[in-house]
Write a protein that binds this ligand. Structure first.
Ligand SMILES: *Cc1c(COP(=O)(O)O)cnc(C)c1O
Length: 388
């Protein structure tokens, strides 16, 4: 009997969170009081003014038909205005911007749009798994760039082997970074762009956490002169507006690469629901609304509670300047999977083992700040009672 499952699915890296997922489900089933720092999914609702706009947009019959390929002109103009105001970057709404069904969708399909079989993709390790999924589905090889703590979790571009570079076409970057919460200064983007010019690479920078920051607003790689020759940037509305369930994002940058992705998409999907586009426009036009910026205050308080608590226990914590993740060194000598399993078994607290994001994530665990402050205090107390 032949197997119905395509072999390429077997080339995806193993999903290492199964055991933790299972243990979490069993703990909840058993009625244990679980505090879950696992999923990177905001716990608070979408700001009411955005929901209101969506509600009105639902009654607009023009939104009931197929949306246009790259998004409504008003959507793309709004993104262009946001980019101008936020980053001082001028974008052509017709050629350099396309709407996505969440940025994950665009990231996943981007490899199909730009890689030929055999073209290699450079991906960060630890990293968001979708960069690799996209490469695997396009039969493209990939090479992991280690992100090390001593380099501020920025890849050492000089360490990429010459034979890898010869077949490389695409480099993925992700700052502010998931899972390490590291930020890249514009000077690193400058170094990456110079490197890409030298080796004739396309850069795809994942900016999902660009609006989730506690200090200086993170830069866009498109701010660099000439960046549009070989860079695109993926943006998400999910984290900015607590709207992960809505599925909205956009890509901006190099017109040829944006156009290639739009062509792939027009063959697979029929665009982002018009009412969602209207709601996103409302959000982006009022990004300084207290209900939007207030989200950052909530995460800041949680971040301060968790980092102070863990430091008091003697843990080595990376203070996040952006994202809603805290990337923490495991107690000495404990593997990340063992640490996560023990914390769940003994403290009823769910954290993600770093190894699940790649080999270089070993030795770390990730906390997502999607838990209310009093519960964070409770979690720290429980972890504090453990003996390592
Ligand atoms: C959440 C996330 C995304 C994708 O978010 P969407 O909901 O698909 O827009 C992309 N990259 C990283 C690193 C993320 O954490």
């Amino acid at each position: 009997m032949r197997t119905w499952r395509a072999q390429r699915l077997g080339k995806l890296p193993p999903y290492l969170f199964v055991e933790i997922d299972r243990a979490r489900a069993a703990a909840i089933e058993a009625g244990r009081d679980v505090i879950d720092f696992g999923v990177g999914d905001p716990d608070r609702p979408t700001p009411a003014f955005i929901v209101e706009r969506m509600s009105a947009a639902l009654r607009d019959a023009s939104n009931h038909r197929y949306p246009l390929g790259r998004g409504k002109r008003a959507f793309r103009q709004c993104v262009a205005a946001f980019f101008q105001k936020r980053f001082g970057v001028a974008l052509d709404p017709d050629r350099e911007i396309a709407a996505l069904l969440g940025s994950k969708e665009g990231i996943g399909h981007f490899s199909t749009a730009v890689l030929n079989p055999g073209d290699l993709a450079l991906v960060p390790d630890p990293g968001y798994p979708v960069y690799i999924s996209g490469a695997v589905f396009s039969e493209a090889p990939y090479h992991r760039m280690p992100l090390r703590e001593e380099r501020g979790f920025l890849p050492d571009l000089g360490a990429i082997p010459a034979d890898v570079l010869r077949s490389a076409k695409l480099m993925w970057l992700n700052y502010p970074n998931n899972p390490t919460s590291a930020c890249a200064p514009l000077s690193f983007f400058e170094e990456a762009l110079a490197f890409a010019r030298k080796h004739d690479l396309l850069i795809a920078q994942d900016a999902a956490y660009c609006e989730t920051y506690y200090e200086a607003p993170p830069p866009s790689i498109l701010q660099l002169p000439g960046a549009k020759e070989r860079c695109v940037e993926f943006h998400s509305l999910s984290k900015t507006f607590n709207m992960t369930g809505w599925r909205a994002g956009f890509v901006a940058g190099n017109a040829e690469a944006v156009g290639a992705l739009a062509d792939v998409k027009s063959n697979l999907d029929s665009g982002l629901f018009g009412a969602i586009q209207d709601a996103v426009i409302e959000g982006l036009n009022h990004i300084d609304h207290p209900d939007v910026r207030g989200i950052l205050g909530v995460y800041r308080e949680r971040r301060d509670t968790l980092t102070a608590g863990l430091k008091k226990l003697g843990w080595a914590v990376n203070d996040p300047k952006a994202t809603f993740y805290v990337w923490v060194r495991c107690p000495k000598g404990v593997a990340s999977m063992d640490a996560a399993k023990r914390i769940l078994a003994e403290a009823n607290v769910v954290v993600i083992p770093g190894i699940g994001f790649g080999e270089c994530g070993e030795g770390f665990i990730r906390f997502a700040l999607t838990v209310e402050t009093p519960r964070i205090r409770e979690a720290v107390e429980r972890i504090g009672r453990m003996k390592w």
